[in-house]
Design a binder for this molecule. Structure first.
Ligand code: FES
Ligand code: FE2
Length: 461
C-alpha cells in the first residue's frame, strides 16, 4: 500500500467500476432529481479522538452546546392529534412538554413548574389534559400557557398571569414530525433543515403513518450508535450473507451544515465483488436474503432482477396499502436511501425501506444510548390512518427479531449491535487514541464528529 503519482488527490478516490450515479441512470425509470445530485466532501483525514465518545466532560459540553441548541424531532403530529393531547420529549437534562391547544396549534413548553420547578408531566409520558396542572401544589395553566389558578393566591401578590406564564420554546413541524429547540434564540427550523424540504418534496413523508415504533437501549455512546448506520462500508463484513460478502455500491453526500446522505443500491452488485452474480442469482438473493421470502421466482426473459423485483414490490405494497406505486422509480422503491439530520435523526424516503431513526444519549452513562426506529407506511387513501402504536421496548440483550414487524431486518440490526459493544470496549483498550476514517465512505462519520466539535467550540448550533 504505497502512494503513487497517479493516485487521485486526497478525498477524490472512488471505488472502481460504475458509480451509483451511473447505476441509477441505467434504471428503466428515471430516479427523482434529488437522487441524481452528488455532493461529496473531503473534510480532512486526521484521526478523530476516542475521547469524543467516552469522556464525561465532552458529554457535558454536548448537553450544553448541542442538545440545548440544536433542533430535534420530538414527536409526530399523530401523537397529539386532538386539542389537549400532550407528549413529553426528554434528552439528558432537557424536557419539553408538547401539547395541542384548543385552537389546534402545536406548542412546546419547558417541562417545569413556574412555582418550584417540579416537572409538570413525567419523563416520556403522553396523554390528554384539558389544563396543565402541577402535581405538587396545583398551580394550573391553560393549554395556551396562561396561568389560570394559584391555590392560596393571597400568598402570592408578586405572581401574576403575566409574570408566570409557561414559557414556550421554539417549535416547528416538517412533514409530520414535530421539532423543538430548547434555545430561546434558535434560528428558524426551515433554515436548519437545509436541503431536506426541497429534496423530500416528492416523497410525501407527511403522507405516512407510524406502523412500528421500537426503542432499544444500545451498548455505546449515541454518536457511535448513529455512526453504525451512517456508512455502508461495514455491510460486506458485518452483514455478509455469503462467502464473498455483500458489497454494495454507495454514494455519500454532505449538504452542509446539517444534512448528509447515503444511497446504496439494492439488487446490483457492488464494484468490488469479485465474481458478479447472474440476474437469476441476484433475484434469489433479493427474495431470500433481502426480503426473506422463500418461494422461488421466475425471472422474465431479458429483465434485470432489480427491475423485476421493484415491480413486484410495488404491486405487493400497492395491494397491501391500496395505493398505486407503479410510477415510482426502481431506486425509490428498493434502495437504501438515508438522510441524516444533525444531530440525531435519520429519514429514509424509500418505499420498502421506510425507516426513521432517532438516537439519544443516556444522561448517566456515556457508553449507553437509546435508539428509536420507526417504520413509516403509506396512509390509507380513504379514512384515518392508524394511531401510533405502543413503543416496543428492547434492552441491550434483546434481539430486534422480537419486533415481528421488522421481518428479516431484525436479524440485520442484531448484527450491528455486537459491533457497538466491541467498539466501545476498544475505544478504551486501544493504544492508538483515535479513529482513522475512509475519506469517502466514512465522510459522514467525520461530518457528524466535526459538527459536534463545532457546536462545542463555537457555542452555536
Ligand atoms: S411546584 Fe408546581 S405548584 Fe408548586
Ligand atoms: Fe449495519
Amino acid at each position: 500500500m504505497t502512494a503513487t503519482d497517479d493516485m487521485p488527490a486526497r478525498g477524490e478516490a472512488r471505488a472502481p467500476g460504475p458509480t451509483l450515479h451511473e447505476q441509477l441512470l441505467a434504471d428503466p425509470t428515471p430516479p427523482d432529481a434529488p437522487l441524481l445530485v452528488e455532493a461529496p466532501v473531503f473534510l480532512g483525514d486526521e484521526d478523530l479522538p476516542y475521547e469524543a465518545y467516552n469522556s464525561p466532560t465532552y458529554a457535558q459540553a454536548e448537553y450544553e452546546h448541542l442538545w440545548g441548541k440544536c433542533w430535534q424531532w420530538a414527536c409526530h403530529v399523530d401523537h397529539i392529534p386532538e386539542p389537549g393531547d400532550y407528549i413529553v420529549y426528554d434528552v439528558g437534562p432537557y424536557s419539553a412538554l408538547i401539547a395541542r391547544t384548543e385552537e389546534g396549534e402545536i406548542v412546546a413548553y419547558y417541562n417545569a413548574c413556574m412555582h418550584r420547578g417540579t416537572q409538570l408531566r413525567p419523563p416520556d409520558s403522553c396523554g390528554f389534559a384539558g389544563q396543565l396542572k402541577c402535581p405538587f401544589h396545583g398551580w394550573t395553566w391553560s393549554l395556551n400557557g396562561d396561568l389560570i389558578e394559584v391555590p392560596s393566591q393571597w400568598d402570592f401578590p408578586h405572581v401574576s398571569a403575566e409574570s408566570h406564564r409557561l414559557p414556550k420554546m421554539p417549535v416547528g413541524v416538517w412533514e409530520g414530525f414535530v421539532f423543538v429547540n430548547f434555545d430561546q434564540d434558535a434560528g428558524p427550523l426551515t433554515e436548519y433543515l437545509g436541503v431536506l424540504p426541497e429534496h423530500w418534496e416528492a416523497w410525501g413523508l407527511a403522507d405516512r403513518y407510524i406502523e412500528t415504533h421500537l426503542r432499544k437501549r444500545l451498548p455505546c455512546n449515541w454518536k457511535a450508535a448513529a455512526e453504525a448506520f451512517i456508512e455502508a462500508y461495514h455491510v460486506r463484513e458485518t452483514h455478509a450473507t455469503g462467502q464473498a460478502g455483500d458489497e454494495v455500491t454507495a454514494q455519500y453526500d454532505v449538504f452542509a451544515p446539517n444534512v448528509s446522505r447515503f444511497i446504496h443500491t439494492i439488487g446490483m452488485d457492488g464494484p468490488e465483488r469479485p465474481v458478479p452474480r447472474t440476474e437469476e442469482e441476484m433475484l434469489a438473493h433479493l427474495t431470500r436474503n433481502i426480503r426473506h421470502e422463500m418461494e422461488p421466482l421466475d425471472l422474465p426473459d431479458g429483465m434485470r432482477a432489480r427491475d423485476f423485483y421493484a415491480r413486484l414490490a410495488q404491486e405487493r405494497m400497492g395491494e397491501q396499502y391500496e395505493r398505486d406505486f407503479s410510477h415510482l422509480s426502481e431506486s425509490i422503491t428498493l434502495d437504501s436511501i438515508e438522510y441524516f439530520l444533525f444531530p440525531n435523526a435519520f429519514f429514509f424516503p424509500g418505499l420498502t425501506l421506510p425507516m426513521v431513526y432517532r438516537f439519544r444519549p443516556d444522561p448517566d452513562d456515556v457508553d449507553i444510548s437509546y435508539f428509536e426506529l420507526l417504520m413509516m407506511r403509506p396512509r390509507p387513501a380513504d379514512g384515518p390512518a392508524p394511531a401510533p402504536p405502543d413503543v416496543i421496548e428492547l434492552d441491550i440483550d434483546d434481539s430486534y427479531t422480537k419486533a415481528a414487524a421488522l421481518g428479516g431486518l431484525g436479524r440485520v440490526y442484531d448484527q450491528d449491535t455486537a459491533n457497538m459493544a466491541a467498539q466501545t470496549r476498544g475505544f478504551k483498550a486501544s493504544l492508538k487514541r483515535g479513529q482513522t476514517l475512509g475519506n469517502y465512505q466514512e465522510s459522514r462519520v467525520r461530518h457528524l464528529q466535526l459538527r459536534v466539535r463545532e457546536c462545542i467550540e463555537t457555542g452555536r448550533s
